[in-house]
Design a protein around this ligand. Structure first.
Ligand code: BMA
Length: 344
């Protein structure tokens, strides 16, 4: 039993590899280690799809299911469904997810990328980036992974990296997002918005800005759905450094206040994972570690982090809640805007 409690169902069959077997790396001192058979999803994973990366998975009916960013061979990203018994080896449907609109008529976004998958109460929500007169947030819901019904676009363009909290807070749905431009956004902070009905979103609050540390000094964005713990919401996010040779995406960690996630309680000044392995450094876009999901077990405190690598692969890394929370707390550096209720 971990010292820090995770409040979510137990997942005894979650993927796991002990640290001694996993790949640790020389330069990162965070208690997080890579699966030694990474990448778990390689190139050309299914007919018509050149690469799968930046994807989200969740326990489902005793096994696992996921929504995957598939880069089609025409270069346009879309979302594909995948299923797995062990959350490591995945079978993908060869057809893109067929969304329907609120009236049950077919609805196909022009493109769809970086999906997240979050269960709130009895419904699974998919949140992604799509065209709405520029990059914006798309959403759909399902209860059976057969019918996927569109929900109104929650935010105006331009926005990316929307991540829903796994339960309502003070009676409202809560969602992180990162307002942006429509290109390769050279700025960006994380905000939180709330909604009573998943239709109307408001009470927008600033959560955290790009960091002072160089690894996240250009922009940041929400990653995996926050994990509810006895210390607060544990958030794995991405932070970007703008080097003379292009952007570098690393994984960062923060803990948000449980009742008011606009307030950051702890924020780790060090990255938790940064591109070091060949599949992170080399690919369609080099130097990208982009977290989109975790699977975690409340019984053991184990956490598996799923991240896109170099816009080409999916990688898996492991940590334990006690150790990662300690590490984030022991290396926490907050700015004034992190600590305030971000309202102006
Ligand atoms: C961001 C997003 C991600 C991508 C990253 C690196 O702007 O588009 O999907 O992984 O760039 O290319």
């Amino acid at each position: 039993m971990s010292k820090v409690k995770i409040f979510s169902p137990a997942v005894p069959n979650m993927p796991w590899q002990d640290r001694s077997e996993g790949k640790t790396t020389g330069c990162a001192d965070a208690p997080i280690w890579r699966y030694n058979e990474n990448p778990i999803i390689g190139r050309n994973p299914v007919k018509g799809v050149a690469r799968i990366f930046n994807s989200a998975v969740i326990p489902y009916e005793g096994a696992f299911i996921g929504v995957f960013r598939g880069e089609q061979t025409n270069g346009i990203p879309y979302i594909y469904l995948g299923r797995s018994q062990d959350a490591i080896h995945w079978d993908f449907e060869s057809n893109k997810i067929d969304f329907v609109d609120e009236e049950g008529k077919p609805f196909m976004p022009v493109y769809a990328y970086d999906p997240r998958l979050v269960k709130v109460e009895d419904t699974y929500y998919i949140i992604w980036c799509q065209d709405f007169y520029g990059a914006a947030i798309g959403m759909a819901k399902t209860t059976d992974f057969k019918t996927f019904t569109r929900i109104e676009n929650p935010f105006l363009p331009f926005n990316r990296n929307a991540v829903l909290f796994p339960r309502k807070i003070n009676g409202n749905f809560m969602m992180l997002s990162r307002p942006s431009d429509s290109g390769h956004t050279p700025f960006g902070d994380i905000f939180v918005s709330e909604s009573p009905d998943m239709l109307y979103w408001g009470k927008h609050r600033h959560v955290m800005g790009k960091g002072n540390e160089w690894w996240e000094s250009l922009k940041i964005g929400g990653g995996a759905a926050p994990i509810e713990t006895s210390e607060g919401w544990l958030l794995f996010y991405h932070g970007v450094s703008g080097t003379c040779n292009g952007y570098v995406y690393s994984i960062g960690g923060a803990i948000l206040d449980i009742d008011n996630p606009s307030i950051v309680k702890y924020r780790c000044e060090n990255f938790l994972l940064t591109p070091e392995e060949w599949y992170e450094e080399r690919g369609f876009v080099p130097n990208v570690c982009f977290p989109c999901a975790t699977i975690h077990d409340s019984e053991t405190g184990r956490i598996a982090i799923y991240y896109g690598a170099a816009d080409s692969y999916v990688g898996l890394a492991f940590t334990e809640v006690d150790e990662i929370v300690d590490y984030i707390k022991n290396n926490s550096k907050l700015s004034e805007s992190d600590k305030e209720i971000g309202r102006r």
